[in-house]
Design a protein around this ligand. Sequence first.
Ligand SMILES: NC(=O)c1ccc[n+]([C@@H]2O[C@H](COP(=O)([O-])OP(=O)(O)OC[C@H]3O[C@@H](n4cnc5c(N)ncnc54)[C@H](OP(=O)(O)O)[C@@H]3O)[C@@H](O)[C@H]2O)c1
Length: 168
Amino acid sequence: MELTAIAAVARNGVIGSANDIPWHLPEDWKRFKAVTKGTSLIMGRRTFDGIGKPLPGRASIVLTRDPDGAEQAFRAQHPGALAPGTSAVWVSTLDEALAVADPQLPVYIGGGAEVYKLAWPRLTRLDITEVDAEPEGDAFFPAIDPEVWVEESREPRTGFDFVIYVRR
Ligand SMILES: NC(=O)c1ccc[n+]([C@@H]2O[C@H](COP(=O)([O-])OP(=O)(O)OC[C@H]3O[C@@H](n4cnc5c(N)ncnc54)[C@H](OP(=O)(O)O)[C@@H]3O)[C@@H](O)[C@H]2O)c1
């Protein structure tokens, strides 16, 4: 099965800082929403809580060791976020996340650091925004080993490139 990680990654591997993203790239966020529309989007509980709502038009699948507790806490902290037209489920293993994903739809891994690492051996494709910066951070993307991953395409922009890698 095709399994794609989508991430914006700085030159030093940083993807996050203090549960936030240490840059503001509206074009990248817009592309993230467009690419993951109509997919199953698997995320860690911290990333999902950080976004604060399920994005419409896709199935959000949230990984947590405590699905009931995480769902209850999310509902309490974000009243009204689970609006009609949105979908979110909380699961406790990656296998369960893949099992609840609609087999007709592409599946994306949307982070963060713990969940990229967890899914890493099973990923077949990486959709990376390579950000031309070296910010301080506390969340990192795994190293993309050129012996394992081949660059399939690259679209340069100002300050970042959209790059697709596929597993050799
Ligand atoms: N630049 C990007 O593209 C990008 C994308 C996404 C996120 N980020 C950044 O990444 C950072 C968040 O990453 P993170 O690593 O701290 O958190 P995360 O991966 O989003 O979520 C971690 C949580 O996932 C759950 N989890 C992890 N491993 C699990 C397992 N084996 N089984 C079941 N549940 C598991 C746990 O939830 P419980 O604690 O509920 O058990 C854990 O606390 C933030 O700074 C965010 O902004 C950046």
